[in-house]
Write a protein of this length. Structure first.
Lengths: 300, 116
């Protein structure tokens, strides 16, 4: 007796259809599960500023983990120094620096300015990161601490000079928010401590309030303002509030910050405590920050 | 870990905070031997430039501190006050005086502020 193959095949086909149907149903359920999982997730806000500096001062922005940022800063002479000085371009002051992202919210940096032959180093830490979703934060809070060290020869070698006299310190709390894709704003209460000042009436501690803002004009260009109001600690008649306005231009891995400012200093101690030019009276100098990032350790 | 190590290092570094003033650390003693500096040709120009006309703070009708410093009687009346403010660097509020200018005022006051 021969078996009818059609008869034998039917249960097999039925089983197969059932199995496939069951499998499809399970997959559908999985997919539906994904679609229906509408639990909001926490998302951190990024790119509040194009660079880790607004212009002179630190911004709320960080380098990614494992990213090295090579920074070359230039500040030229006063524009009103005339055509003979090519409107200040004859006098170039510079700072060469390297910043590195240790973690997503921790970065360090070192640099050297030719003015005062000054070394500087900083640590920047973000305990609170602006985010959306559950347990979100409306602002980022960033702590910055830095130290500077002048390395030039002593002015008077006949007296007893102290190594501590070369040192100054800077501390700041940056409170910033990216309000929209275009606009970001940050406030920075900050202080500088100088170990040595000239006169007995001079203050070793200077307190200031920094205001930094960014308005994005296009995908690659942003208008930035960096202003620091000296609250107390400096002679008002001699020293001015540092103000810088400029444009951030992003080109791939480079960020060019072209700006006009009344300060010459390229670290916090220098621009906060040594700015004597009055922006309102036309004592303005051109400068730029050039930033090039290299990813040394990519994310795994 | 690296960050914590660096942070610790920095906190320790902050123990290197000093409140030094160069003027106290390295006091300058003036030698005022010889003739007293001239009020009209040495002292008055400094006061004019840095305190009265130049800065505008102690011009005619001023009520700041010792008031106007525009002539001999006003300046000599405020002589010791001017000297102490200049010596400790509290004044002038504008660009600081040079060591030679401070010495001129110091020696004029210590020679009893002659109207010479």
């Amino acid at each position: 007796m021969t078996m009818n193959p059609t008869f034998l095949g039917r249960p097999l086909i039925l089983c197969s259809i059932l199995a496939i149907g069951h499998s499809l149903h399970a997959q559908q359920q999985d997919l539906l599960g994904l679609v229906e999982d509408k639990t909001p997730k926490k998302e951190y806000v990024t790119n509040a500023f194009k660079s880790t500096r607004v212009i002179d001062g630190q911004s709320m922005e960080f380098l990614g983990k494992g990213v090295l940022d090579t920074r070359i800063l230039h500040r030229f002479g006063l524009i009103n120094s005339g055509a003979n000085n090519l409107y200040g371009l004859d006098q170039a002051n510079m700072r060469l620096g390297f910043d590195y992202g240790l973690l997503e919210s921790l970065m360090i940096g070192i640099g050297r300015s030719n003015v005062n032959k000054e070394l500087d180093g900083f640590i920047k830490f973000r305990p609170l990161w602006q985010s959306t979703g559950p347990h979100s934060s409306p602002v980022s809070i960033v702590l910055v601490t830095s130290m500077t060290l002048t390395t030039g020869p002593w002015a008077d070698t006949s007296r007893k000079n102290f190594f501590s006299s070369r040192m100054s310190f800077y501390n700041a709390i940056i409170i910033g928010r990216k309000f929209s894709e275009q606009f970001s704003l940050q406030l920075t209460p900050e202080m500088v401590h100088r170990n040595l000042v000239t006169y007995t009436a001079d203050h070793n501690d200077i307190y200031a309030l920094g205001i930094g803002a960014r308005y994005k004009l296009s995908k690659r260009i942003a208008f930035v303002v960096d202003y620091h109001h000296i609250v107390t600690g400096l002679r008002r008649n001699t020293y001015q509030d540092p103000l810088a306005v400029g444009f951030d231009i992003e080109t791939g891995g480079h960020v060019f910050q072209l700006h006009f400012s009344n300060s010459l200093g390229m670290n916090e101690r220098a621009f906060l405590t040594e700015t004597t030019d009055n922006f309102g009276k036309g004592a303005i100098r051109f400068g730029f920050n050039l930033s090039r990032v290299f990813t040394l350790h990519s994310k795994k | 870990m690296i960050g914590i190590a660096i942070l610790t290092g920095l906190v320790l570094t902050f123990n290197a905070c000093y409140y030094d003033k160069e003027q106290l650390l390295y006091p300058v003693s003036f030698s005022c031997s010889g003739a007293a500096p001239s009020f009209s040709t040495a002292v008055m120009p400094i006061i004019n430039t840095s305190c009265a006309q130049g800065s505008g703070c102690h011009g005619a009708g001023s009520s700041h501190g010792p008031g106007a410093l525009t002539n001999y009687s006003q300046i000599s009346n405020a002589g010791s006050q001017v000297l102490s403010s200049v010596l400790n660097g509290r004044m002038p509020l504008g660009p600081a005086l040079s060591a030679a200018q401070i010495k001129t005022i110091n020696c004029w006051v210590s020679n009893n502020m002659p109207n010479n």
